[in-house]
Design a protein around this ligand. Structure first.
Ligand code: ZN
Length: 493
């Protein structure tokens, strides 16, 4: 095995790519994305890692230590697209997980595609494709140049599978939390291959949800994370305190069982099982050409959002993921032989500590509550220009109704500048840029990061960033001050 370990630091990272020489062609490239993995997890939890997982990658591979994403926003869609295209949202067009469609004036998902149908379930969870990805992925290039090469991509999240797999994959699969099965869409095929159907028939998620999620080691040994009963954590359904053990049959219902499943480390085990199944069934690395297997672990992100990076739940999730990596690497060694495949591991973004925890510890950080502020902005714009020009705020992008603006013969730059001046006054806002500035201007590294994440058709007309440690929320509620998120340009420590 050759491994290239590229993990993000705290809030952003960028992949360094593996270069192959003709005489040293790997049978298989395995790309692993750990959704929301912070670089520090490699070290914080290393005493409890095995020798065969993260530590093996660090010891036997190349560890790219200072790698950062060079754009904002640092979300899952842009992260996965950037890793596999080698470029930024300004080119690949995946500017966020969701953005405002200017024609329908509603939010669209980065992999949403109304022209395709679900394959493998009767839910609508399969109406997705890479149609919004505007450039080729490394997986596309491989398929173009070596038609015999195989690309298989998988994740619990649809976008975690679809964006890496690109437009030409032989199979792209994601988890349907309605049926509990891996599914795909008619973009790729009209029927699931037999090995996927057979795998689905094992009902592994259902079986996983019959157990109790307890810590892998006695919880007293988890000294690298905060208290288990923390005021900064969300409650899983059916829980009264955010603490171990999680008695899964007791806390889940028939309706939410597979959603709860994705918020347990058992979904990482399930994805590893599926990857190993794909390795054998598709004979990955045994087709006479270089193949690519893309795996994106999503539950790290889902658990991270609920409990935050200081939680016992996150520590346990990474200790268990480490063992899944060991299992996967051992299977790759056994099947293909050491040294005959190349593997990289990276993250699509990291995460900020729960801002309320930062506030309570008198550290820099906080919340920007947008619902009321945007309402006031809309009123101010109406008063000034006599038209309801502000469509929506999404991902710190203000979308202006360009058609209405033209109807009223208003000057675009004047409207944008007015909006910018208004937003600058909001507490917690750091920088504000107008669309024209991003298209023609130049500036410091923060400006360049916003510009690299900007696309004229999909991004807003005025874009702002927050101070370090801040998260945007709609309204100030108890729930809003629990759990955490990501999206900023900062390296927090
Ligand atoms: Zn993500």
């Amino acid at each position: 095995m050759k491994s290239i370990l590229t993990l993000n630091t705290v809030l952003f990272s960028i992949l360094s790519t593996a270069l192959f020489s003709q005489s040293d062609t790997p049978k298989l490239v395995v790309g692993i994305v750990v959704d929301q993995m912070c670089y520090e997890y490699l070290y914080r939890f290393q005493d409890q890692y095995t020798e065969g997982g993260f530590k093996r990658l660090m010891n036997e591979g190349t560890n790219c230590r200072t790698t950062h994403y060079n754009y904002v926003p640092t979300y899952t869609g842009p992260g996965h697209a950037s890793i596999y295209t080698g470029t930024t949202p300004s080119n690949h067009g995946i500017v966020a997980n969701d953005w405002i469609d200017r024609i329908t004036k509603t939010a669209v998902n980065c992999v949403e595609d109304k022209l395709v149908q679900t394959v493998g379930s009767d839910s609508k969870k399969g109406e997705f494709s890479p149609v919004r990805l505007k450039v080729n992925t490394i997986t596309d290039q491989l398929k173009l140049e070596r038609p015999g090469a195989k690309v298989i991509s998988m994740s619990i999240k649809n976008r975690g599978a679809i964006l890496p797999g690109g437009h030409m994959s032989n199979g792209t699969y994601w988890f349907d939390s309605k049926s509990g099965d891996f599914i795909t869409s008619t973009f790729y095929t009209t029927e699931l291959p037999k090995w996927v159907t057979d795998f689905n028939k094992k009902d592994l998620p259902e079986k996983s949800m019959k157990q109790v999620w307890n810590t892998l080691h006695p919880i007293e040994q988890y000294v690298q994370s905060g208290p288990d009963n923390s005021p900064y954590e969300h409650l899983l359904p059916g829980k009264t305190e955010p603490v171990f053990p999680y008695d899964l049959p007791k806390i889940s219902t028939k309706e939410n069982v597979y959603d709860v499943f994705t918020c347990t480390p058992f979904a990482n085990t399930f994805l590893t099982d599926f990857a190993i199944q794909a390795l054998h069934a598709e004979k990955m690395g045994q087709n006479g050409s270089t193949d690519i297997l893309c795996i994106s672990y999503s539950s790290t992100d889902i658990i991270g959002h609920e409990f935050g990076p200081q939680s016992k739940e996150i520590q346990d999730t990474y200790l268990r993921l480490d063992r899944e990596l060991e299992r996967l690497l051992n299977e790759l060694d056994r099947t293909l032989g050491k040294g005959s495949y190349t593997l990289f591991l990276t993250a699509d973004h990291a995460v900020v500590p729960v801002p309320q925890l930062l506030i309570d510890k008198k550290l820099a950080g906080g919340y920007v509550f947008l619902s009321e502020s945007v309402k006031q902005l809309k009123t101010a714009v109406m008063d000034k220009f006599g038209a309801a020009l502000i469509m929506e705020e999404e991902n710190l992008n203000i979308y202006i109704d360009r058609g209405l603006m033209r109807e009223h013969q208003l000057n675009y730059d004047e409207v944008c500048r007015f909006v910018k001046e208004h937003i600058r006054e909001w507490n917690g806002v750091k920088n504000v840029y107008t669309s024209s500035e991003l298209q023609t201007g130049s500036g410091d590294k923060w400006f360049e990061m916003v510009r690299s994440g900007y696309h004229y058709k999909e991004s807003g007309d005025v874009i702002f960033t927050l101070e370090s440690g801040y998260l945007p929320k709609s309204k100030d509620t108890d729930k809003a001050r629990k759990g955490t998120s990501h999206g900023s340009p900062y390296l927090l420590i």
